[in-house]
Write a protein that binds this ligand. Structure first.
Ligand code: ADP
Length: 423
């Protein structure tokens, strides 16, 4: 199957988010974890490669992304989408900008767009400023993120220090005038040498206009929602046939484990809600873990009735995270939790869990690595940007969902269980 769009995402939950929105079209979407070692035996019209490069050193992020681009190109892709978080998560040293410039260089293109808006999840861009709900990004809970605190809301100001070429804006007033107006503005800025164009979007209709205008660019960059209109546009363009392969589903045992390493405001609410519903749960504390190692939690896990979908979580409020980070260091606290949750995933799988729910981007990376999962087939959507997926781990078919910190409703964990039972 010809690849219509080759996508590269800078973290795991971001990749499933993108894949899930593309899969709304019903077309088969395949997600590969890391750059595969070999060329594919089979491809889907939409191929997504999930990297773990969001907080990696710039040099490593560039090298990994270039390798992903090469793999996709060798597999036949000609158009590309570089996906990052809808809250533009990046460290002051960058990664979003430098990676985009490296991709532009390899694709020999002199302009790309930046549109992290995700209206269904209340991320909107107006006059180049990113909002989370009604709050500017830098006043939202993202200001306290453990790894990528965001302290500026202006995308041009965030991007400019990360890139070598000029940054420009296509504002909402232009987007409101339609796809041709966007195209004209892009062309004008291109003549002026403006390589990096931030584009406003506050609603899905804006994203449709932008996708219509930009669908044939060699490289688009943005949040997942910008890619959502693309399957329908490519179908209309005749690039996708009406009989393209559809998604698969599987009926799996109900044994479930829920692992949460996200400390995002929304995950804190979701964990509290799930515990209040009476589900069995165990809280991991980084300080205690340094003393005991993973044995106590693994012993607890083995005693659990997995049909009750127990929850193991390190999710904590901002003050507790800061305290743990001050004692252990940011990296060590994070790795300790990620490794422990990864060990729990393995133990749960070996104890019969066939449905695994993970909250947290970095956490998802550690869990999929431990489970030795390399490819996910995208299935039913639980919440905007969070699909169930199917994968193979140690010869077992497993349903896996990877939730980005801020996504999902308050009842996300119960919603995820219910969605699979109903499908
Ligand atoms: P999100 O998707 O919300 O950003 P991530 O898993 O990507 O979630 O990032 C959360 C980071 O915080 C992970 O590295 C995780 O191990 C770490 N972490 C989780 N719980 C704690 C805690 N109680 N103290 C310190 N760090 C923690």
């Amino acid at each position: 199957m010809t690849i219509v769009l080759g996508c590269i995402a800078d973290d795991f939950t971001g990749a499933t988010d993108l894949a899930g929105l593309l899969a709304r079209s019903g077309v088969r979407v395949s997600l590969r974890i890391g750059v595969p070692e070999h060329p594919p035996s089979e491809t889907s019209p939409f191929e997504v490669i999930a990297l773990k490069s969001r907080t990696a050193p710039v040099k490593d992020a560039i090298a990994e992304t270039r390798a992903a681009l090469e793999w996709l190109r060798a597999a036949g892709a000609e158009r590309f989408f570089w996906k990052y978080c809808s809250t533009f998560d990046s460290t002051p040293e960058g990664n979003i900008g430098p990676v985009a410039e490296a991709l532009m260089h390899d694709l020999e293109t002199d302009q790309t767009i930046y549109c992290p808006a995700f209206p269904e999840n209340e991320r909107s861009i107006f006059m180049g400023n990113l909002f989370v709900g009604q709050q500017p990004l830098a006043e939202s809970p993202m200001k306290d993120h453990p790894l990528t605190p965001m302290t500026d809301s202006n995308l041009m100001r965030l991007l400019a220090p990360q890139v070598s070429k000029p940054v420009g804006l296509i504002d909402r007033l232009t987007v409101a005038r339609g796809a041709d107006a966007v195209k004209e503005s892009l062309a004008r800025h291109r003549t002026d040498g403006t390589a990096h164009m931030v584009i406003d979007a506050v609603a899905n209709t804006d994203l449709e206009i932008i996708a219509t205008a930009c669908r044939d660019m060699p490289l688009m960059t943005g949040g997942s929602a910008l890619a959502m209109p693309l399957p329908a546009l490519y179908l209309a363009d005749g690039l996708l046939a009406n009989d393209v392969p559809k998604q698969k589903t599987h009926l799996l045992a109900a044994e479930t484990i829920i692992l949460s390493g996200s400390c995002s405001a929304m995950t804190n609410v979701q964990v509290a809600e799930y515990i209040a519903s009476g589900a069995p749960s165990y809280q991991l504390d980084p300080m205690t873990l340094t003393q005991t190692g993973p044995e106590p939690i693994l012993a607890w896990l083995i005693e659990q009735d997995l049909s009750q979908a127990p929850l193991i979580y390190a999710t904590a409020d901002h003050a507790s995270v800061k305290a743990a980070q001050a004692k252990l260091g940011v990296g060590k606290a994070g790795t300790l939790i990620e490794q422990t949750l990864a060990a729990c995933a393995l133990a749960a799988r070996d104890a019969g869990a066939r449905r695994i729910i993970v909250a947290g981007g970095e956490t998802s990376g550690a869990v999929t690595k431990a489970l030795n999962v390399t490819q996910l087939d995208i299935s039913t959507e639980i919440a905007p940007g969070v699909p169930w997926t199917y994968c193979t781990s140690d010869g077992h078919t497993i349903a896996l969902t990877l939730k980005s910190g801020n996504f999902g409703a308050e009842t996300f964990f119960s919603d995820a269980k219910a969605k699979l039972d109903g499908s």
